[in-house]
Design a protein around this ligand. Structure first.
Ligand code: ZN
Length: 191
């Protein structure tokens, strides 16, 4: 058996990047049907397929004894009046928690369990949030100028269930109204 070894990896406090490692990028075209305003989405996509967010997958073994970690960088912008956000996911192993720590920017962490309980936490640099087991989670950049950057850690075998959110969405959305973020009911959400 291979001996366990410690290691260190740098994630920049400036831009969230780790030197010599590549991120996974989610482009606008990867976010089809995720935003409420489809017309605004199509209009934007015709002009340019921009990067909405990126994150690291370091290839840590997917074992319950291991921890996956890295940064997520969500760029500022909106589709219609809905802020740029991650797709959001449940963990395949539903009963697994996650920790996020904000290093830059301003955002919300939106959480929702299968029974419909919603939790939302505001994040600024220095704030950490505990995402409890069972809760889907989505990160939303509520700044119009600055990237929203977080460091995350979760049990490495937790897996990602994106499908449930891709098909159903979240019960709540975060949109800009009168220059401020507002949490509204998702009109497209159905049981
Ligand atoms: Zn997660």
């Amino acid at each position: 058996m291979k001996e366990n070894k410690s290691y260190s990896i740098k994630f920049s406090l400036e831009d969230g990047y780790s030197p010599n490692r590549t991120t996974k990028r989610r482009m606008l075209s990867n976010m089809k049907e995720m935003y409420l305003d489809n017309e605004a989405f199509e209009f934007m996509l015709e002009r340019s397929d921009i990067c909405i967010y990126e994150f690291y997958e370091l290839g840590i073994p997917e074992k319950s004894s291991e921890l996956a970690f890295g940064t997520t960088i969500i760029y500022p912008g909106k589709v219609g009046n809905e802020y740029f956000m991650t797709k959001g996911h449940f963990h395949e192993v539903l009963e697994t928690a996650e920790v996020y720590y904000c290093t830059k920017g301003h955002g919300f962490l939106l959480m929702e369990d299968p029974e419909g309980r919603t939790e939302i936490q505001e994040m600024t640099p220095g704030i950490s949030v505990y995402v409890p087991p069972n809760f889907a989670h989505r990160s939303i950049n509520i700044s119009n100028t600055e990237p929203f950057i977080m460091f995350f850690v979760f049990r490495a075998d937790a897996g990602h269930d994106y499908k449930t959110i891709e098909t159903k969405g979240f019960r709540k959305l975060v949109v800009e109204m009168n220059g401020k973020p507002e949490i509204i009911d998702n009109p497209k959400w159905e049981i």
